[in-house]
Design a protein around this ligand. Structure first.
Ligand code: GLU
Length: 447
């Protein structure tokens, strides 16, 4: 007979997590494991050491150039005045204007925005586009705010950033909780202050307002391109390739749709409302139609699709797992349970550094975030270029160029991994840090 443990189940689980965390990083608590800024720093330090980076440049690239905190008064619909806290962190402008999204979420923090800003620097360098990195965020719950409240908050936030953003300075874009409409408001507010229409101050705008064709689905398209390359590299076939996607927002739904159209079998979709599984593959077009009507993926039973437990689905056997929602979904708690051959990071920072080690032991092939989800910012670059030219490409042209850039970046990361005998994540960081350090040195120090 099994003996009953005297330690309650929750404490046992915490102790196991502590042991796992500490086995790899003796000094790291669970809270530290989940801090995205510390994760960014650890990977940057590792890559910098491997590159033998000069001490001064190391110190310089470790810190963001600028961190701005703003308090934004907003008149709410019921007549009371609310004050929201917002951030804009510019990590680097070494390779060009800083670039990166603006996030609206209740748990936005300065450390998170810092990490996301530096990831933008590395991401833009991996795909070799002429931008540095930045990120912004406002602590708010956009789902609980009216359109009017969101518009007033966005406009006042933009007004507070007037001196810091601009086509040659820092170019915001959408991220979690923001969209094309948010960008239209930002562009309009900036333009009203400048007394002229300046479309290239933000990207991810509606096509009618200077947005680029193909931008909306570009992150998903980039994911599908690197998945194709990964399969080829590993000698695997598209037919029979089972994919599970976590997150069904702009990134996850477009990735799922494009992979489905290419013949991949999407056997699981997980979002905030639950998990949906079909071992024979989910018809993503039918699911998108259902979601458009019902507002949720729940209740979709087409061709044998079933509601399942999201945590169980996340750990099901598949060829490709795509976390496409938010940070820290793969941690010391669940990394050991995953059964995917390829992890393709659609989200920024979905894997903690402890989970990295566990996945390395399991020999999971990683398509790291700063490569896998770079399709979005690459199309943002195209949008910025088109706005400045005043000449717009058709969608086929955007997609052709996106394919070229993503494919080159994939090859560059893989050859770095081979040449330096490191995993793909460290290879991507090394490639990026090397490129940023090179321009920094070439420009010389104003110090
Ligand atoms: N928010 C997206 C990202 O994390 C896009 C940023 C951009 O287009 O500037 O990559």
């Amino acid at each position: 007979m099994a003996t009953e443990s005297l330690v309650p189940a929750t404490e046992r689980k915490e102790a196991t997590e502590r042991r796992r965390t500490q086995a790899f990083f003796p000094q790291l608590s669970i809270e530290e494991e989940l801090n995205p800024w510390l994760a960014q720093e650890a990977r940057f330090d590792f890559a910098a050491k491997k590159l033998n980076l000069d001490d001064g440049i190391w110190k310089l690239l470790r810190h963001p150039t600028r961190e701005l905190i703003v308090h934004i008064p907003v008149m709410m619909d019921d007549g009371h005045l609310e004050v929201f806290t917002g951030y804009r962190v510019q990590h680097s402008i070494s390779r060009g204007p800083s670039k990166g999204g603006v996030r609206y979420a209740p748990d936005v923090s300065l450390d998170e925005v810092r990490a996301l800003a530096s990831w933008m620097t590395w991401k833009c360098a991996v795909v070799n586009i002429p931008f540095g990195g930045a990120k912004g965020g406002i602590i708010c719950d956009p789902h609980k705010m009216s359109q009017g409240e969101l518009e007033r908050m966005t406009r006042r936030y933009t007004a507070e950033l007037m001196e810091f953003i601009g086509p040659e300075k820092d170019v915001p874009a959408p991220d979690m909780g923001t969209n094309e409409q948010t960008m239209a408001w930002m562009m309009d507010t900036y333009s009203m202050h400048m007394r002229q229409t300046v479309t290239s101050v933000v990207t991810g705008k509606p096509v009618e307002l200077g947005g680029s064709r193909g931008r909306l689905e570009a992150t998903g398209r980039g994911i599908s391109i690197v998945c194709d390359h990964a399969l080829k590299h590993l000698g695997m076939a598209v037919s029979g390739c089972r994919v599970i996607v976590q997150g069904f927002g702009n990134v996850g739904s477009n990735a799922a749709k494009l992979l489905f159209e290419k013949g991949y079998s999407i056997i699981g979709i997980i979002d905030l409302d639950g998990g949906l599984a079909n071992p024979r593959g989910i018809d993503i077009h039918a699911l998108l139609r259902h979601r458009a009507e019902a507002g949720t993926i729940v209740g979709f039973g087409f061709a044998g699709a079933e509601q399942v437990d999201p945590a169980e689905l996340f750990a099901r056997e598949c060829e490709i797992l795509i976390p496409a929602a938010t940070e820290n979904v793969i941690t010391s708690r669940n990394a050991a349970d995953l059964k995917c051959r390829i992890l393709c990071e659609g989200a920024n920072g979905p894997t903690t550094i402890v989970a990295d080690q566990i996945l390395a032991e399991k020999q999971v092939f990683i398509l790291p975030d700063i490569l896998a989800n770079a399709g979005g910012v690459t199309a943002s670059y195209f949008e910025w270029v088109q706005d400045r030219m005043g000449y717009f490409w058709n969608e086929a042209e955007v997609n052709r160029r996106l394919d070229l850039i993503m494919s080159e970046a994939f090859d560059a990361v893989i050859s770095y991994a081979k040449a330096h005998n490191v995993n793909n994540r460290i290879a991507a960081y090394m490639l990026a840090v090397d490129r940023v350090a090179y321009t920094t040195k070439q420009r010389g120090m104003y110090a």
